[in-house]
Design a binder for this molecule. Structure first.
Ligand SMILES: NC(=O)c1ccc[n+]([C@@H]2O[C@H](COP(=O)([O-])OP(=O)(O)OC[C@H]3O[C@@H](n4cnc5c(N)ncnc54)[C@H](OP(=O)(O)O)[C@@H]3O)[C@@H](O)[C@H]2O)c1
Length: 344
């Protein structure tokens, strides 16, 4: 695996960055990560649907309505699209046409073979050719792929089965608001008025066993993304990947229970040692961990419960938790930006 050093040094701090969709769950997180890395507030332009204000790191940043003319946006050194897919699909090609460097957090271009889909610790070498448009991965996929890549390097991968436990904020700011409102209501407190729920059923005190729409084949949109994106990121186009994606009443951090078969036998101790040494991953020895509440706000994907599987010497299992707003979205995008700006 390629080690990824991400630094936000003078070159990156001197860049003019724009966040489109700055008022959403990933946009706010991105602004927070950039400011924490020392990016000057005056070098960060925030856009959403309408004018407003964004609070991050104790600062009030002005948010402007996204201009209809892309030339104004394309003038920035790096543009982060933290927007719904349909918005990114329309905006990204026009920005690239006008010479911008774009990192898109939506699913719009992830399956496009001409667009790199990058988790820097795994396939950061894709950035060496300085692509104008980079797709940021699905949040659950990024979290699952970091430990999977470590194991693939040790013993190859023949099949992967995952069950996900996905936080409310994975459905954006409205998802988190809904969980808070429903939890208050469940505790007998008055429900504050807010945006409509993005979920198909009540989430508080519940689980919902499908993320996004379910197709005629019975698979959810998230399950399709996990399969296709895992294959693309790991560079294993025929890897069988099966999943069940579940929304749980957790504020932030997605969890995955993974069961896999390697090509060659790998000892559990070898996996644990490799996880401890790998960039972007942290091994957790707690037999009842890792857990989303404790992982929230952390950069590394935490991996625990590493054990032999029941399907012979090539089967393994683990449980991984990652902050999907950070490594599953905004932190990954900032790491990609750091590499692109370093090569300018
Ligand atoms: N949440 C996650 O954990 C996560 C993880 C990985 C990837 N993603 C992807 O990242 C993208 C953003 O997700 P999110 O969770 O941050 O969503 P969100 O909380 O719903 O925020 C969406 C943002 O997009 C803006 N927006 C919507 N339509 C727009 C338009 N026509 N022009 C300009 N801005 C527009 C919104 O502005 P207003 O506030 O003005 O409406 C808001 O700032 C999505 O594609 C999502 O699938 C999300």
């Amino acid at each position: 695996m390629k080690a990824m050093d991400w630094t936000w040094g003078a070159r990156q701090r001197g860049a003019r960055a724009a966040i489109v969709g700055a008022t959403g769950a990933t946009g706010v997180e991105l602004a927070d990560i950039l400011l924490a890395a020392g990016h000057p507030a005056q070098g960060l332009a925030c856009f959403a649907r309408a004018d407003g204000v964004l609070r991050a790191r104790g600062l009030e940043l002005r948010v402007r309505a996204t201009p209809a003319e892309v030339e104004a946006l394309a003038a920035y050194d790096i543009v982060f699209l933290c927007t719904p897919s349909e918005v990114s699909r329309e905006l990204a090609p026009r920005l690239v046409e006008h010479g911008a460097s774009v990192i898109d957090l939506s699913s719009a271009f992830r399956e496009d073979p001409s667009v790199p889909l990058v988790v820097p610790e795994i396939n950061g070498d894709e950035l060496a050719r300085r692509p104008r448009l980079v797709a940021n991965p699905n949040c659950t996929t990024a979290i699952a792929c970091l430990p999977l890549a470590v194991i693939a390097r040790l013993g190859g991968l023949e099949e992967v089965v995952v069950a996900s436990y996905q936080a409310a904020s994975g459905a954006g700011a409205a998802g988190l608001e809904t969980l808070h409102a429903e939890t208050r209501e469940a505790a007998g407190l008055p429900r504050a008025p807010g945006r409509p729920s993005p979920f198909p059923a009540r989430l508080a005190l519940n689980v919902i066993p499908a993320i996004a729409a379910v197709g005629a084949d019975g698979q959810s949109g998230e399950e399709r993304k996990i399969a296709s994106e895992t294959r693309k990121i790991l560079g294993l186009p025929s890897l069988p990947v099966e999943s069940t994606t579940v929304r749980v009443p957790v504020e932030r951090c997605h969890s995955v229970a993974a069961h896999l078969v390697t090509a060659r036998p790998v000892a559990v101790a070898e996996v644990v040692a490799a996880l401890a040494a790998a960039p972007g991953v942290e091994h957790v020895a707690d037999p009842h961990g890792p857990r989303p509440r404790e992982c929230a706000g952390r950069d590394a994907v935490q991996v625990g419960r590493v054990r032999a599987g029941a399907r012979g010497p090539r089967s393994l299992a683990f449980f991984a938790v990652g902050d999907q707003l950070r490594k599953g979205a905004s932190l990954n995008a900032v790491q990609v930006a750091a590499a692109l700006l370093a090569a300018r």
